[in-house]
Design a binder for this molecule. Structure first.
Ligand SMILES: CC(C)(COP(=O)(O)OP(=O)(O)OC[C@H]1O[C@@H](n2cnc3c(N)ncnc32)[C@H](O)[C@@H]1OP(=O)(O)O)[C@@H](O)C(=O)NCCC(=O)NCCS
Length: 362
């Protein structure tokens, strides 16, 4: 037997989160970022989710809202994947969110299973009983697997089989969508005009982070409601409590990460209340894809085209701020028909199926 070609098992170990990407101990982090970008390109066939190490780094810094575990997976001394486990610190949270991402070359050798044992150990040691995870399932001819919501499906591919083998069930399907920012925006303009008529009791207000003082309370309220008001099927989320300190921390993560964010909100003219919002997260390198993060219309204010109002105003302003950004990427629950209808009308098109998977452990 030629021992030179013998492959040892994988090493799955925590790594240092550096204070800067130039720090002497940043090597593992930089290798993790390269592997992350490679895996996302392999799965999606595109670089819409590419992020630089500088953009990602602030998202890895500790805070008081989530206990986070980060590990890398090495094979023969080479980084081939990464693992993350998030343990929210809200009240007596019993949920854990995790991901395992490996380069395609090493799939099917039991490495994912070895990493999953570590994930489940971390979650169980922390007393978490509801383990949840999301994955993009590339289009394939595999048979379809449908969630109990009855909306959408994922192919029963290698990734789905991995979850099923480890006791997970598919709870929800999200749609990843893209919008071509270099195309004709006349439909967006028209939808915006129609929405302004239907929503005449509301006005559009927009700001770039950091949020001006007058909008802080309203923005915090809407961020809290994002968890409770967006459709989440049987996925479990803790209620969140947002105050100015938490909002400023979120803003620092974005701004320190060499990105910025346009927030477009609808304000009720009579009460001054913020009732709907849309976030467009923009890289400083304007040739990269913009990410649409949260969009929500507070439940009391639905039915006035406020979703179309804030989304159309956001896209039109984005084109002025970052005219070279090629696309917007966004994710929505397949059962969220009102939101998907607005997106489709604006010109978003489906790009991938995202499975939301859950396992309840004793
Ligand atoms: C999903 C993912 C983590 C699975 O990792 P993996 O290392 O391929 O998984 P495993 O090898 O442990 O198990 C997969 C298959 O290999 C088989 N296998 C396990 N050990 C094996 C071994 N020693 N030799 C050959 N095959 C083996 C398993 O039986 C399983 O077979 P199945 O597909 O018929 O069920 C990996 O495909 C990946 O990173 N995908 C992209 C990111 C992603 O979707 N992550 C999902 C969680 S966020």
């Amino acid at each position: 037997m030629n021992t030179n070609t013998k492959t040892a098992g994988p090493t799955i170990r925590p790594y240092v989160i550096p204070t800067s990407v130039d720090a002497t101990d940043a090597g593992d982090f930089l290798a993790m970022v390269d592997v992350r970008n490679r895996i996302y390109r392999e799965i999606s066939g595109a670089d819409d989710e590419f992020m630089t190490a500088s953009e990602l780094l602030p998202n890895f810094w500790a805070d008081e809202y989530t206990k986070r575990h980060f590990l890398i997976v090495e094979l023969d001394g080479v980084v081939v994947g990464r693992v993350g486990v998030d343990l929210p610190l809200e009240g007596d949270s019993h949920v854990a969110f995790w991901s395992i991402e490996l380069i395609e070359d090493v799939w099917g050798q039991g490495i994912g299973t070895a990493a999953y044992d570590v994930v489940e150990q971390i979650a169980c040691d922390a007393g978490r009983t509801s383990l949840q995870s999301w994955a993009e399932h590339p289009a394939s001819d595999a048979p379809r697997l449908e969630p109990p919501t009855g909306f959408g499906y994922v192919p029963k591919d290698h990734i789905a089989r991995f979850y099923l083998r480890h006791g997970y069930s598919l709870e929800q399907v999200e749609r990843k969508s893209l919008f071509d920012l270099q195309g004709d925006l006349s439909a967006v303009d028209r939808i915006g005009r129609e929405a302004r008529v239907a929503a005449s009791a509301y006005e559009v207000v927009q700001w770039m982070l950091p949020t001006p003082a007058e909008f802080v309370a309203g923005y915090c309220l809407m961020k809290e409601r994002m968890v409770t008001d967006a459709p989440s099927a049987d996925m479990e989320f803790d209620e969140e409590s947002w105050d100015e300190a938490r909002l400023r921390k979120m803003e620092s993560r974005i701004l320190d990460g060499e990105r910025t964010q346009l927030v477009t909100a609808a304000r009720h003219r009579v009460t001054g209340e913020l009732c709907a919002f849309n976030e467009l997260n923009i890289p400083l390198d304007h040739t990269l894809t913009t990410h649409q993060n949260d969009t929500l219309v507070l439940s009391d204010h639905r039915g006035h085209r406020l979703g179309a109002l804030v989304k159309s105003a956001g896209i039109l302003r984005l084109r002025e701020i970052a005219p070279d950004s090629p696309r917007i990427i966004t994710w929505n629950a397949e059962e969220n028909r009102p939101m998907l209808s607005i997106n489709e009308e604006l010109g978003f098109y489906p790009a991938a199926h995202i499975g939301a998977w859950k396992k309840v452990v004793a």
